[in-house]
Design a protein around this ligand. Structure first.
Ligand SMILES: [Zn+2]
Length: 141
């Protein structure tokens, strides 16, 4: 249960932030979540929700875990750590992320850090951007 069977889309939405649409257990229904990678702490920031991908629900697919059409999948969300660990271990995910942030896949940590507070998440993303800029300036010197 809850094994990642496909990464449908992986979009970089901000500095070190990715929106991932994925499938589990060979089912057609798609799910979505966001990841933020902290360069200094070497940790992935995630929240504890797994959401149904909206257009996938509208195409008439249904979720085998909860059978509902709410935004969040409260059944799959109970296993959010397992699911999100599965995504960051996914080869396709790792190779795109490593190309985006210019690190080798093996240099990217697999540690998860749960942050459900939206403003805390934004604060971390800002600090991360600041740190990333410092790194870039250092590299140029
Ligand atoms: Zn569901």
């Amino acid at each position: 249960m809850y094994s990642i069977s496909g990464i449908v889309r992986l979009k970089k939405v901000d500095y070190c932030v990715w929106h991932v649409v994925f499938q589990m257990d060979q089912q057609p229904q798609e799910y979505a979540t966001d990841f933020l990678y902290l360069l200094k702490e070497k940790k992935w920031v995630i929240n504890s929700l797994v959401t149904h991908e909206l257009s996938s629900l509208m195409q008439g697919h249904s979720c085998i875990y909860c059978g509902e059409t709410k935004i969040a999948c409260f059944v799959a969300s109970k296993e959010f750590e397992l699911i999100k660990q599965g995504i960051i271990n996914n080869r396709q995910f790792l190779s795109q992320v490593s190309a985006d942030i210019d690190l080798k896949p093996e240099e990217i940590s697999l540690d998860l850090h749960v942050v459900n507070n939206k403003s805390k998440w934004q604060e971390l993303a800002e600090e991360n951007r600041f740190y990333g800029n410092l790194l870039r300036i250092k590299k140029r010197q």
